[in-house]
Structures are given as structure tokens and as C-alpha cells.
Ligand binder design. Sequence first.
Ligand code: IVH
Length: 694
Amino acid sequence: MTTIPAVPADTIDTETDYLAAVAAARTAADAYYGSGESGMDDDAYDRLLRGITAWEAENPDAVADDSPTREVAAGVTTGDVPHAVRMLSLGNVFSPEQLTDWAASLQRRIGGRDVAGWVVEPKLDGVALAARYRDGRLVQLVTRGDGSTGEDVSHAIGHIIGLPLELAEPVTVEIRGEVLMTSAQFTAANAARVAHGGQPFANRRNASSGSLRAKDRAYQVEQTFIAYDALTDPAHTSNPELADLTHIDLINWLHTIGIGTTVGSRITALACHTLDEVQARIDRIGAIRPDLDIELDGAVIKANTPADRADAGTGSRRPHWATAYKFPADKKITVLRGIEWNVGRTGVIAPRGILEPVEVGGTTITYATLHNPDDILRKDLHLGDRVYVLRAGEVIPRVEGAIVSQRTGDEQPIVFPDDCPRCGAAIDKSEVRWRCVRGRACGQVAGLKYAVSRDCLDVDGLGEAVIVQLVERGLVSEVADLFTVTRDQLMSLDRMGDKSADNLMAAIEAAKAQPLNRVFCALGIRKTGRSLSLRIAAHFGSMEAIQAADAAAFEAVEGIGADKAAVIVEGVAELSDVIKKLQAAGVNMTQPGFVAPGTAAEDAGEAAEGGLPLAGMAVVVTGGMSGPLADYSRTQMTELVTRAGGKYSGSVSAKTSLVVAGEKAGSKLTKAENLGVTVMDPGSFAELVAAYLD
Ligand code: IVH
């Protein structure tokens, strides 16, 4: 197992911390350039290197011999094929300001004159490769290695799209670029590897590097090459004209002789005249990035003309005429903590990974999609695995793969459900996407069960068996349909007698009078439960007002933030037909006791509030209720507290006025006692609010 030390802070203060940071960077780099699995994500590695560079700038005499800043590819040697011209690395900038500073430094290097022109290209996130053509035939492939010598990977010849065996011109030239995998190539590479008894790759770059370097393998996988350079000096090519080409012309020429380039794509290398144009192009590439089939980690800005390049020169590790503009990382490493099995509207059962929270691209991510059970098996994921999570644009984050080399042995296999996690019916596993055998009816049964439960419409006698029959016979598909079911239809159900049908008809009729909070709760809108439904109903007073409310209006309700508000507005809008049907069936759409804000009635209400037994009190209910409250569900308790002028709260704090503690009350009671909050048993509480009992 490769152990990667924890990532140090961005700033390094002491020499000890510096040496630890150098050791951490080397370990990560060795793993990254060596085994292809670094265990540290790019963002963490970049931050580490920035810390090291900053410390070295202030302590130039104490720079460690093995500092990763001294070498290309952090000095990792992986081969013995010399590069005629060193394969260089690139400097980095991270903001428009840093880009402007870098451009100014380039201008100074070329004697203060304006740079004749720029080119902006995507920074391809793959593996650097030199492809040597002799008289137009592909003869050798060499990795970057430490920049001076690389590894011969010619066994991959013929398996890389963009590196034809023969060029359109019989030219001798070394072409440099990036080997990477499209998402389809990545899937195919993992499938081939697993089929041959191997572990799937954790991410695409590892897959590229690993596949390229695996020599004696029974199978080869397809990859893609995109060129960004060639050795144009007449000493290294049979075409002396290359030396005079601008970069953009060189890339176009490579395209015409059959080499893979970005030409013709949305991210084609583009000539720019001004820095504003450069920045606009960088922003454009950043915006397109989530939609691409290949991975980018930035843009590369290059001086376009050979003259500017020659004057700018090259440092020991990087050219002065080019730099990388890094985009915020969209891929991070975190731990897969659990799996949830969610059943969609059509009965599709989709696994979702629960992650150790991690910040990716400015958002904290706690969940990631895992697509389907096959996806989990293909990636050989285990609970406790360190995994790469990817968040591209607005797309839902997904788990790309596990870092198998970092397993500790404590990881647990993922348990797949045998029955539908929502309704308990069998699962149809014949397709890649598992489905509850009840299909759409699964969601309907679950939704209806919820709608008629004690906390919602509280329809006595409408159990699962009846609901399943109603759904399966097409009599009911959502909550509003319940109110149009006829007695005859009920009588047609299995094991339904006259008395049961009458009772059920009466219970459904009674449910029409439920207060708005319960009717709203019964709609099953995401993010709303019984207590939030109560707060929403108490705030708006009528379904009409709820339907008229926008997200900002919902945010005025306690406990609703911007995210929830948006989801609720959407949910209410989606259900407008159902609400209309409920209304038409005579279901109550108002909250009893509601007083519209700013009305005379409200003033009167405020004056009267003083007389309510729980006026201004925050009340918590815990443990089992007894006496007159024995049958009260938590929803009913919430309603009771609200009716009596109090505010129902779920947790005890110094602001709590009263705790109603019943049988087996636990930590809430202890907390109340510690805080000196008044505690009452259910019997005394019932007396206090006797006038407001149901
Ligand atoms: S130019 C002397 N252009 O990024 C020229 N490199 O972090 C040096 N890379 O080693 C490279 N896309 O493997 C160049 N459009 C691009 C690139 C690119 C990706 C890689 C390349 C390089 C690394 C530096």
C-alpha cells in the first residue's frame, strides 16, 4: 500500500514543515508518475507545490536537493530513452491577474516589445508522449519520464487514435502531445482490465498511464492522442520549413498530415491578438469543459511566433513563452462512507454514494451518483474506499473509481438489496438498471401510503393491501384520486365487505376536513415533512397563497433556505393538477386559526395571544405520551402546541420554555434538566392545554 501523508496547509512556516511537504510531494509524484496512482488529487498537489515554492523563494539557501520544484515530473525517472530535446513542464497561473503578470514578464524577456501574438489551447489532462516518425512511419513512442529520458512504450503503436502508422507526408519528425481516454475508452479499458482479472482504474489519467506502460499484456486498449508540439529545429526534422511556422500553423500542418489535434473541435487552438482575447478564450474553454468527452485541467497560453519564443527562451524546467492557466479542480479524493438505494418515480432503483464531505469546485459534496449496481461492481467499490469524485459543471457529482492501492483491509463489500427498498416487492434485475417489479406503481403505493398516514390525511382503514389493489386496478394513481373512489369500486376489491367499505368511505370523507398542514404534507413534496408542512401552512394560511409564493416568500418560513425553497416551489408547481383535483373534491385548503399578517384580525389576534396558555413559549415534546394525549401522534402534538399559542421545536436549548417528557424520555430530558428548563409530564400538560385538545 502507498501511504500518502496528510496534505499540509497552504503556507509552510518552518523548515521541518517544508521537508515534510517535500517528502509528501515526492511520495505523491513517485506514485503518480510511477504506478499511475498518486492518491493525492491535483488540487492538493498544486497547493502543496505552491507552499513549497513560496517557502523556497524566501529560503533559497535551504532548498532541498530532492525538491520536486527542481525537476520535470518531480524528477521521477521511469525510462532510459534519451529525449533529443528535453520534454518540459509548464508554469501555472490561477487568475486573470496572475496571467497579466506573467504576460508582462514575458514582454520584459523579449526586450519590452509587444508579444506578436498568442495562442490559447486546452490543457489536456492525460499523459505526455513523444511520437517519433521516420520517413512518415511511426517508429517509436516515448513517455516524458523525467524530461531527459523517458520510457519506450512502442508496444502501444497501432492502438492510439491520432497517431497513424503512416503520415500523409514521408516526413521525419518527433511529435509531442497528450495521450488520454474519452469516457467510452475509459469504460472499455476498465472492462478489459477486469475481464483479465485486474482491478479497475481509479480515474482516466491513471488508466491512460497504466495502459500505456503495461508492456507484456495479452490485450491492448484504445486511447486518443492530441498533439500540442513538435521538434521543429532542422536538426531534428526532415522538413526545414517547420522551424519558421507559427504555433497555430504547426498545429494545422500536423492536422493535415493525419495527426490528432484539436483542429475543427470546439476547443481548437486559437490565435489571439490581445490579452483580453486570450482571457475570453480561456473563459470559453472553461465554460465548454463540462460538456467535453475528454478531460481538461486548464488552458495553455503560448507565444505564437518562433521569434518571440526564441527571444523568451526556456528555463531549466519550463519554457518562458508558455504557461498553464489552471481551472479549479473538478475532481477530488474522498471516502465512500455508504450507499443509499433510491427508488425513482418509474421504480428504477438507483444507488447513491454517501461521501465524506469534500469541497469540489466551490461546493461541498456529500453524495455522488453511482449510476447502477453494475457500475459499482465494475469499479469494484467498497465502503471505506478512497475514491475520486468528479463534479463537471452542473452535472450531479459521480464516483469515478477507487484507489485500490490505498486500501487498508478495513473496507467492506457493498451489500445489494434483495427486495425493493421502498415497497419490499421483488426486484427485476434482468436489465442494467434494476427496477421494482411494481414499476410506476411502486412509487404510487409508497406515495399513497404516506399521504394517508397518521401524520398526513390520517385515513383509517386504508392499509397497504387496499392501496396496492386500488393502484393495480388503475382506480387510484395519486392522492386526489382517493376522493373520487366510489363505494362500488371499493366493494370490487378483494376481501372488502360492506362494513369495511362504509367505514373507508366515511374515513375518506372525514379526511377532506383535515387542516391545510396535513393536506400539504400529503402531497409528499421533497424536503417537506410534517413539521415543515405545519410551518408552511401556518405561514401562508391557504393553498392559494402557497401556490402564489415564490422562492423568496418560502425563505421567510423558519427552516427554509434558498435550496429548499427552490425545490418546494418546483414541487408545488408540478402538483398543480393534483391540487386542483383535491380542491374540486372538496378537500379543505386552509389552515384553521390563520390570521393574515397586517390585518385588523391579526392585531386582535396578537392581543388575544396573551390569553393562550402557551403564548410565546418554545415547547419540546419527548418520550411516549399518556393519559388524554396517549393517542396523539407527534404531528397532533405539534398542532396542539401551535393551537395553544406555542412554537413546537425539535431540540432542547437554552431558549426552550417547556419540555413535555413522557415515558422513556432520554437525552432531551437530561439536557432540559441540565439547562434548568421547565419539564412537565403529559398529564399536567394536557390539563394546561385542556381547552385545545382534539
Ligand atoms: S506545451 C514546451 N501544451 O501539461 C511545451 N502542454 O503541466 C510544454 N499539456 O508536460 C508543453 N496540454 O504534458 C503543452 N496544450 C498543451 C498541453 C500541455 C497538456 C501537458 C504536457 C505538459 C504538462 C505541463
